[in-house]
Design a protein around this ligand. Structure first.
Ligand code: FAD
Length: 543
């Protein structure tokens, strides 16, 4: 690392050295060298990916990355999807690295219960029966981001680290960036500062997504039980035989009314776990401190109780975010662009964070390479500003808006999971596997086809919300959160995915029939349909 640091001391140090000589030539040299083609704020996933892709497309580009952290720490963004994994393996070329240093993920599984004392093997399970067909990973972001940044430096980017960008000045074809005691100029400025969203905030483009009031608390644990252990096979033989792949390497989600918890294994044995909840529906129960509140909540779910019974939180590794979703009204102009979380964030339920980082870093790197090669990129800039809000909005409305009302009901969520992931495969995964170089340059939900698909997905999502509210009003929300498993073949990037979509439609239409019965039969009303607030109860809903 120190060698790398030395090599990446960069132009600013050369300039400082030159200025000490005080000769006019060296001062002219210094002034010339202080200029870059591209300066990137933030050297984590999005910043490093943008830099690396740019250098591969345009090796002559003079790129400076400014990263404030001396070392990356573990952060959320640990579970990758088929899309972000396609970007990392096919375009960034990280297959070998990911295989050696991170875990191969075995899909997404969801667990539902309807009473705290429910036996573990009576809880409803949704997930794949077999190994995942496409590569996906459980990553430790402290090492992944470090590796990507080193690749960018090896490709010829300069790195200033630790160095915090403190001031920006923007002109139509130039930007000036101040970090520590230095000021540099650049043709293009890229904001990859994550939730800091430096440019969006500075320019007044930052827009909180108040329709989706979600919050998160998370920590890393030791001593978490192995889902595939001998002990469990002895204890829960049917559970062990039902599934052919390992559940331990999956991203496991505990589901409830207004909340879900992730359980992600990390290489070396630690486990990342956290809760995300919608504050319109759910409040995390009070406790001694945040970590204890999270632990108590995990233990209140029958599956969590089994898994986290002897688990301990790693000291100092408890974190929280409130008001998580936001977006930027404008994502580029003639001298700057934003990528990854600096442009927006929605919800981590299906791990779309790194998908957004993949699309935006790929698109921006391509745009920059073409601009530096002398091409007029004004149409690409206009496309990015027009399409990003459409992508953000439709991604939000199709997959996340009001989902927390129905995510605790296994039947409704089975419909959503199969339809959501099926549509994701048809619309995005299949195309990126066919032609990643081309498809990552097109943001999702593009054109008329994108809007039609978006409208269809919004429709079934809205219907599931209506059905959930009726179930809540009639006191039968989560009634079938016991005694069954939906273990499907797994999603494949070809026509076979239609079978899973049909399964999802079947769950949805059956729930519509149940809804008709509920309309026609007078039920016992319990709690308010939409406004009921559960307090750290792990069961699905008031029953
Ligand atoms: C609770 C939660 C769970 C999540 N789970 C997942 C998941 O499972 N899978 C997934 O794909 N995504 C997930 N995400 C989203 C994911 O974490 C982000 O999308 C991803 O980390 C964004 O990467 P980034 O490089 O854009 O930003 P970041 O990773 O935030 O990096 C920004 C970098 O910029 C640097 N920086 C900031 N300000 C400055 C400055 N002024 N000067 C210099 N440097 C600066 C920071 O030090 C940092 O290194 C989750 C998010 C949340 C909130």
């Amino acid at each position: 690392m120190s060698m790398r640091r030395d090599r990446s001391l960069g132009v600013a140090s050369i300039v400082a050295e030159a200025l000490r000589f005080q000769s006019p030539e060296s001062i002219i040299f210094a002034a010339m060298e202080l200029d870059y083609d591209v300066v990137i704020i933030g050297g984590a996933f999005s910043g490093a990916a943008t830099a690396l892709m740019l250098k591969r497309k345009h090796p002559a580009a003079r790129v400076l990355i400014i990263e404030k952290a001396g070392e990356f720490d573990r952060k959320v963004g640990e579970s990758t999807t088929e899309l972000s994994s396609c970007y990392m393996t096919r375009l960034l070329g990280l297959t070998n690295y990911l295989g050696h240093h991170h875990l191969a993920k075995q899909g997404l599984r969801m667990w539902f219960a309807n009473r705290p004392d429910q036996p573990f093997d009576d809880c409803v399970e949704l997930g794949a029966k077999y190994q995942a067909r496409l590569p996906t990973f459980q990553v430790d972001r402290s090492t992944l981001d470090q590796h990507m940044l080193e690749l960018a430096v090896d490709a010829g980017c300069e790195l200033q680290r630790p160095a915090k960008v403190t001031a920006l000045e923007l002109e139509s074809d130039r930007a000036y960036v101040t970090y520590e005691t230095h000021r540099v100029s650049t043709r293009w400025l890229v904001d990859a500062s994550g939730r800091g969203a430096m440019l969006a905030r500075k320019l007044g483009h930052f827009q909180p997504n108040t329709e989706h009031p979600i919050n998160a608390v998370w920590a890393r644990f030791t001593g978490v039980k192995d889902w595939d252990s001998y002990e469990w096979r002895e204890k829960f033989r049917d559970y062990a035989n039902a599934c052919r792949t390992s559940r331990n390497w999956a991203t496991n989600h505990l589901m409830g009314h207004g909340w879900w918890c992730w359980i992600i294994p990390l290489r070396g044995g630690d486990v990342s776990a956290g809760i995300v909840y919608d504050s319109r529906i759910f409040k995390l129960a009070e406790g001694a401190n945040l970590g204890e509140r999270l632990r108590a909540h995990l233990l209140s779910h029958p599956v969590g109780a089994e898994i986290f019974g002897n688990a301990q939180i790693i000291e100092g590794d408890v974190h929280a975010y409130s008001a998580m979703p936001y977006s930027s009204l404008k994502v580029c102009d003639t001298s700057w662009l934003t990528v990854g979380d600096a442009a927006g964030f929605i919800d981590p339920l299906y791990s779309p964070g790194l998908d957004f980082c993949s699309y935006t870093s790929c698109f921006v790197a391509d745009l920059l390479a073409r601009s530096l090669a002398g091409e007029d990129v004004s149409r690409s800039l206009a496309y990015y500003n027009e399409q990003y809000p459409v992508t953000y909005r439709l991604w939000f409305e199709t997959l996340y808006k009001d989902k927390y009302y129905y995510m605790g009901d296994a039947e409704l969520m089975a419909a959503a999971l199969l339809l959501d992931v099926g549509m994701y495969f048809i619309g995005l995964v299949i195309p990126v596997y066919k032609d990643p170089e081309r498809e990552f340059l097109h943001l999702p939900f593009e054109g008329t086809a994108g809007r039609v698909v978006g409208a269809m997905m919004k429709f079934y999502n809205r219907r599931l919300v209506v059905l959930a509210k009726r179930r809540l009003a009639k006191g039968c929300y989560g009634r079938r959160n016991a005694g069954w498993r939906e273990l499907y073949d797994g999603f494949v990037p070809d026509g076979r995915v239609r079978k899973l979509i049909r399964k999802g439609l079947f769950h949805w239409w059956r729930a519509e029939l149940t809804n008709l019965r509920l309309i026609l039969t007078p039920g016992v009303k319990q709690g308010a349909a939409s406004g009921s607030t559960a307090t750290s109860t792990a069961v699905a809903a008031p029953l």
